[in-house]
Write a protein that binds this ligand. Structure first.
Ligand code: C2E
Ligand code: CA
Ligand code: CA
Ligand code: CA
Length: 270
């Protein structure tokens, strides 16, 4: 380990110590959560704009902690820092496949992968075992990855994407347009779908630029043979704007909030 001398002394400042302790506490709680089955998947409908029907659901992780229901934004970063994400991620994959396999209609299920999980050496094996254990048709499984998974080692990323596609699952580029994601990613990596980040959808009415970006990404999707989806659609106006740009799919509070598995299953039986 590095010596704690010089600027490293900051390490011992009380607030840093408190942060480390908090992290360790959450780590123990997350381990306990796995053992006690405190995790649950919620499902948010994804609507095909061509047919107006529910095409599938995105699985969104929830934690029933002692303090109440926790959003993944609050604990996924700690799960990543501590390496627990691989166990949690495997649980998410297994559970999403098992639950989706029991839905009455063969809708798709989209699972979020953290960048660490995507780069892990056992990803393809974990996906195959979730599929075979559940009996889910691989074509019904979609994996969503963010640009963070794409930053290093282009060749490895391409070969992982190709291995996943070879088993028949689809891969989506999530949160497109945020962070460092660039148009070159779409050309370089074989995605099936581009999910346009909700920040663009929410700015469209007030910003000609946001609309122009949504339009450009949608056109690019068509020419690259990728479907496009718009996230975070909350109003009828946003839905109409998205429809006008020719996106294939929408997801947002307007067309359905994240719901329990039994509500999702019931929605498909309607
Ligand atoms: P995401 O993948 O971009 O998921 C969409 C987020 O937007 C979800 O938040 C969803 O509840 C929320 N959302 C959906 N429609 C609307 C809308 O109309 N308006 C607004 N304002 N928000 C909307 P959630 O469930 O809190 O998840 C946050 C993030 O946590 C996700 O963002 C994803 O990055 C991550 N996450 C969720 N589940 C998992 C998981 O199983 N594994 C990993 N690694 N990450 C996960
Ligand atoms: Ca997602
Ligand atoms: Ca997203
Ligand atoms: Ca997001």
């Amino acid at each position: 380990a590095k010596s704690a001398g010089g600027a490293g002394c900051r390490f011992f400042e009380p607030e840093m110590d408190a942060r480390m302790q908090e992290r360790r506490k959450v780590e123990l709680e997350l381990r306990r959560a796995l053992a006690l089955k405190q995790f649950e998947l919620f499902y948010q409908p994804q609507i095909d704009l061509g047919t107006g029907k529910v095409e599938g659901f995105e699985a969104l992780l929830r934690w029933h902690a002692d303090e109440g229901l926790m959003s993944p934004a609050s604990f996924i970063p700690i799960a990543e820092e501590t390496g627990l994400i691989s166990q949690i991620g495997a649980w998410v994959l297994r559970t999403a496949c098992m639950q989706a396999a029991k839905w009455k209609r063969p809708a798709s299920v989209a699972v979020n992968l953290s960048p660490l999980q995507f780069r892990g050496s056992d990803l393809v094996q974990t996906v195959m075992s979730a599929l075979s254990h559940s009996g889910l048709d691989p074509e019904r499984l979609e994996l969503e990855i963010t640009e963070g998974a794409l930053l290093e080692d282009t060749d490895l990323v391409i070969s992982t994407l190709n291995s996943l596609r070879a088993i028949g699952v689809r891969v989506s580029m999530d949160d497109f347009g945020t962070g460092y994601s660039s148009l070159s990613y779409l050309q370089k990596f074989p995605f099936d779908k581009i999910k346009i980040d909700q920040s663009f959808v929410q700015r469209m009415q007030h910003s000609g630029e946001a609309s122009a970006i949504v339009r450009a990404v949608t056109r690019l999707g068509v020419s690259l043979g990728m479907r496009t989806a718009a996230e975070g659609v909350e109003t009828e106006e946003q839905l109409e704007a998205i429809r006008a740009e020719g996106c294939d799919q929408v997801q947002g509070y307007l067309t359905g909030k994240p719901m329990t598995n039994s509500d999702a299953a019931a929605l498909l039986s309607e």
